[in-house]
Design a protein around this ligand. Structure first.
Ligand SMILES: Nc1nc2c(ncn2[C@@H]2O[C@H](COP(=O)(O)OP(=O)(O)O)[C@@H](O)[C@H]2O)c(=O)[nH]1
Ligand SMILES: [Mg+2]
Length: 682
C-alpha cells in the first residue's frame, strides 16, 4: 500500500444502532473504491470487517473492525463499530481515535437507542458528522420519516444533501444537491452503476426547497457567502464545500446522505464527501505535543499470529522495525512487520505518517488503551473512559482444577477489552465478572474457551448475607478443664445488645472488682469476635451489636488468655441464640432510566424483586427511577430491563447498606445453610 501523508488521510468511525447497515456500508465503501477486491455480505459471512467466528455466526458485529477505502488519492480509514450496547466499549475505542464519524441509520427504523447513544458520544469527542440513511431499498424504508426523526430526536442542524428518488422497492435514484444532478440506477445492476440525468420534473419542487435550505444554512456560516446569497448570486460548489466543512467542524451543520450499502447505491458520492467534508489529521490538533504519540485502541488475536495491536498515530512517523516506548508498562516494543489492516488482512507498509492507523503483531506487553512514544520523551495519553458495565455474574470452571487457568484467561480478556473486569471474592468464594451486559459476558466466555482453552459458565453470584440481633440478652461462657496437670479456667458473662445499622461491633468492659483480671479481658473480646464470624441463623458474619462483659471469675493458676478466649466464644454462642437474631441482606441503590411511556412496566417488574421505589423524576425523554432493591433479586436485571424497554433502559447499582430480610427469605437461607453444612434434607 502507498504511503499517504497526513493531508491525505481521513479517520472515520462508522457508528449507529445495530443492524442499521454499518458493516455492509463499510464493505461497500472499500469495495467501490477498489481497495477491497471482494464485495462481501452479512448473509454469507464474507464482509470485510465482521470476520470473527462469533460475528459470522451471529450475523452482527461484536468487535471494532478496520477497513480502508482509497479515493481521490486519499486513504480513508474506516472504523466499523458494533451497534449493540453490550459492545459499546468498542464504539468508544473507535470514536476516541477518529477525526469524524458517519452515523448510519436504517431507512426503515430511523433513530434508535444505539443511534442516540453514539450521537452523544460523538458530541463528547466533538466530532464532525455525516448522517447516512442506508437500506433505502428495504421494504417500508421512508426517507422523509427518518429525516423528521433525526430533526426531532438527534439534531435540528441536519441538512439533506441528497434526496432519494423513490423509497423502498421503488428506490431508483439519488438527487445530489451539491452537484445538482440525479443518479438513476441501472436496472439489475449489482455494483451500483448509474446514469446521470437531470432532476426528474416530479422532484423539482423538493429539489428547490431542499437546495434553498442548504444554501441558506451554508451561507449563514460565512459573511462573504451570506452577502452573495442575499444579493441573489449563486454560490459555486467550490465555495459551498469548504464552508460546509468549516461549519461541520464547528458542529453547526450535519449533512444527510442516503443510499443502500447492500446495492452500493450512494456509496461513490459518500466516498467523495468523506474526503471533501471531513478533516484530515493535519487539521486536527494532536492531544499531546511530543515527537511520537500513538494510541493502541484495539487488540485482536488472530489464529497462528497471536495478538495484533491496532493503533493510531497522533504525532510522529513510524517506520517498519522501529522501536517505540510504552510508558504504561515501561517496555520497549519493536514494530516488526508494520502493517495496515484491510479487514482481517494485514498489508505490510514501510512507514506510516502522522495521523495514520496501523497494526503490528506480537508486542510483548502492550494492551488496549496504551500509548506509544519515544523513550527519550515518554508520554501517556489520558486513559479511555468507558461507561460502567451493567452486568455482574459469577463464573465457574466446568472442570475442577482449572481455576488458575481461569484467572490467567480472564486477565488476558481484560487486557484486550477494558470494559471487562473480574475479581475473586473470597467471602463468596466465587470469581465475579463485570461487563457491559450479559450478552457481552457470554461472548467473552466463548472467547475464553476458544482462545485460552478454559471452559467456564456463568452462575448466580452468592449473596453476602449478614446477621445481627434485635433483642438484648445475656449469658455465661465457662471454659473449665481441670482434670490432672495444669488446667484451663475461664469464665465470662456477656450481654449482647443491638446497634444501629452500619455501626459494626463494639466491646464494652464493665468488669468491676477484678473478677476477671485486666490482662484477660482482651481475650474475651477476641473470642466473641471470632465466634461472631459465624452467626446463629445461617453461619454469616454477625454485625452491628455491642458485647458487654460484665461479670466472670478466674483461677490463679489455671486461667490463661486461651481459656478466656474460649469463654468468650462460648458466651457468644449461648447468648446469640437468645438475642433474637435476624438475617440481613445487601441492598443496592438502583437508578433506572427508562422511556416514560414504559415506566409502568419497569415499576411492575421492580415490585416482585422486593424493590422499594424512592422517587421517579423526568429526565428528558426518560424517567429516572430511584429504588432500593435487594442484591439477591438483581441477577440478570440488565437483560430483563433491556427486554422490558426494547433496549432503551439502562441502570446503575451501588451498594447501599444492609437491611433485614423478610422472615420467609431468612427461613429459606437458613434451611439452605443447614443442608449445606449437615447434608440434612428436611
Ligand atoms: N436491503 C438492504 N439490506 C441491507 C442494507 N444494508 C444492510 N442490509 C442488511 O441489514 C442487515 C444488517 O446489516 P449490517 O451491515 O450487519 O448492519 P450493522 O449492524 O449496522 O453493521 C444485514 O442482513 C444486511 O444484509 C441495505 O442497504 N439494503
Ligand atoms: Mg456491524
Amino acid at each position: 500500500m502507498k504511503i499517504y501523508g497526513p493531508d491525505a488521510i481521513r479517520n472515520v468511525a462508522v457508528v449507529g444502532h445495530g443492524a442499521s447497515g454499518k458493516t455492509t456500508l463499510v464493505d461497500a465503501l472499500a469495495f467501490v473504491s477498489g481497495s477491497s477486491r471482494r464485495h462481501g455480505s452479512i448473509k454469507d459471512g464474507t464482509t470485510l470487517t465482521d470476520t470473527s467466528p462469533d460475528e459470522i455466526e451471529r450475523k452482527h458485529s461484536i468487535s471494532l473492525g478496520v477497513g480502508i477505502a482509497e479515493w481521490m488519492n486519499v486513504k480513508v480509514n474506516l472504523l466499523d463499530t458494533p451497534g449493540y450496547l453490550d459492545f459499546f466499549g468498542e464504539v468508544i475505542c473507535g470514536l476516541s481515535v477518529a477525526d469524524a464519524a458517519v452515523v448510519v441509520l436504517s431507512g426503515v427504523s430511523g433513530v434508535e437507542v444505539g443511534t442516540e447513544k453514539c450521537w452523544n458520544t460523538c458530541d463528547h469527542y466533538h466530532l464532525p458528522r455525516i448522517l447516512f440513511v442506508s437500506g433505502m431499498d428495504k421494504e417500508h424504508a421512508n426517507f422523509q420519516r427518518v429525516f423528521n426523526d433525526i430533526r426531532e430526536r438527534l439534531t435540528p442542524k441536519v441538512l439533506p444533501v441528497e434526496i432519494p428518488v423513490g423509497d423502498g422497492p421503488q428506490f431508483r435514484g439519488i438527487i445530489n444537491l451539491l452537484t445538482q444532478t440525479c443518479q438513476l440506477f441501472k436496472a439489475g445492476s449489482k455494483a451500483g452503476e448509474y446514469e446521470e440525468v437531470p432532476v426528474p420534473p416530479e422532484y423539482q419542487d423538493a429539489f428547490t426547497r431542499y437546495e434553498e435550505q442548504l444554501t441558506e444554512a451554508v451561507a449563514a456560516t460565512d459573511d462573504d457567502l451570506l452577502e452573495k446569497y442575499l444579493s441573489g448570486e449563486s454560490i459555486p460548489r467550490e465555495q459551498v464545500v469548504p464552508a460546509m466543512k468549516k461549519a461541520m467542524l464547528a458542529g453547526e451543520i450535519v449533512p444527510l446522505f442516503c443510499g443502500s450499502g447492500e446495492l452500493q447505491h450512494g456509496v461513490r458520492p459518500l466516498l467523495t464527501e468523506l474526503v471533501e467534508l471531513f478533516p484530515s489529521p493535519a487539521e486536527v490538533p494532536p492531544p499531546l505535543e511530543a515527537p511520537l504519540v500513538g494510541r493502541v485502541f484495539k487488540t485482536v488475536s488472530e489464529p497462528h499470529v497471536g495478538d495484533v495491536s491496532i493503533f493510531r498515530i497522533y504525532s510522529g512517523r513510524l517506520k517498519n522495525g522501529d522501536e517505540v516506548w510504552n510508558a504504561e508498562h515501561s517496555v520497549a516494543e519493536k514494530l516488526n512487520h508494520l502493517s495496515v489492516q484491510q479487514g482481517r488482512e494485514r498489508q505490510e507498509v514501510a512507514e506510516l505518517s502522522p495521523g495514520d492507523i496501523g497494526s503490528v503483531a506480537k508486542l510483548k506487553d502492550t494492551h488496549t488503551g496504551d500509548t506509544f512514544s519515544r523513550r527519550e520523551r515518554p508520554v501517556r495519553l489520558p486513559p479511555l473512559e468507558f461507561p460502567e458495565g451493567e452486568a455482574t455474574s459469577a463464573v465457574m470452571v466446568k472442570q475442577r482444577g482449572e481455576e488458575d487457568k481461569l484467572a490467567a484467561g480472564l486477565h488476558k480478556l481484560h487486557e484486550e477489552d477494558p470494559t471487562f473486569h473480574f475479581e475473586y471474592n473470597s467471602e463468596l468464594g466465587q470469581t465475579l465478572i463485570h461487563g457491559m451486559g450479559e450478552r457481552h459476558l457470554e461472548i467473552l466466555l466463548g472467547r475464553l474457551a476458544r482462545k485460552y482453552g478454559v471452559h467456564a459458565e456463568l452462575t448466580r453470584p452468592r449473596v453476602a448475607y449478614r446477621e445481627t440481633f434485635r433483642g438484648v440478652a445475656e449469658g455465661q461462657g465457662k471454659h473449665k478443664k481441670q482434670s490432672g496437670g495444669r488446667g484451663q479456667y475461664g469464665d465470662a458473662h456477656v450481654r449482647i445488645s443491638p446497634l444501629a445499622r452500619g455501626t459494626g461491633y463494639e466491646f464494652v468492659d464493665s468488669i468491676v472488682g477484678g473478677v476477671i483480671p485486666n490482662k484477660f479481658i482482651p481475650a474475651v473480646d477476641k473470642g466473641i469476635q471470632e465466634a461472631a464470624q459465624r452467626g446463629p441463623i445461617a453461619g454469616y458474619p454477625v454485625v452491628d451489636f455491642r458485647a458487654e462483659c460484665f461479670f466472670g471469675s478466674y483461677h490463679d493458676v489455671d486461667s490463661s488468655e486461651m481459656a478466656f478466649r474460649m469463654a468468650g466464644i462460648l458466651a457468644f454462642r449461648t447468648v446469640s441464640a437468645k438475642a433474637r437474631p435476624v438475617l440481613l441482606e445487601p441492598i443496592m441503590a438502583v437508578e433506572v432510566w427508562a422511556p416514560s411511556d414504559l415506566l409502568g412496566d419497569v415499576l411492575g417488574d421492580l415490585s416482585p424483586r422486593r424493590g422499594q421505589i424512592l422517587s421517579t423524576e423526568q429526565d428528558g425523554r426518560l424517567t429516572k427511577v430511584n429504588a432500593l432493591v435487594p442484591r439477591a433479586e438483581l441477577y440478570r436485571y440488565s437483560t430483563a430491563l433491556h427486554s422490558i424497554t426494547h433496549g432503551r433502559g439502562t441502570h446503575r447499582e451501588r451498594f447501599h447498606g444492609y437491611a433485614e430480610t423478610p422472615p420467609e427469605v431468612a427461613a429459606k437461607v437458613a434451611s439452605e445453610h443447614r443442608r449445606e453444612t449437615t447434608g440434612d434434607t428436611e
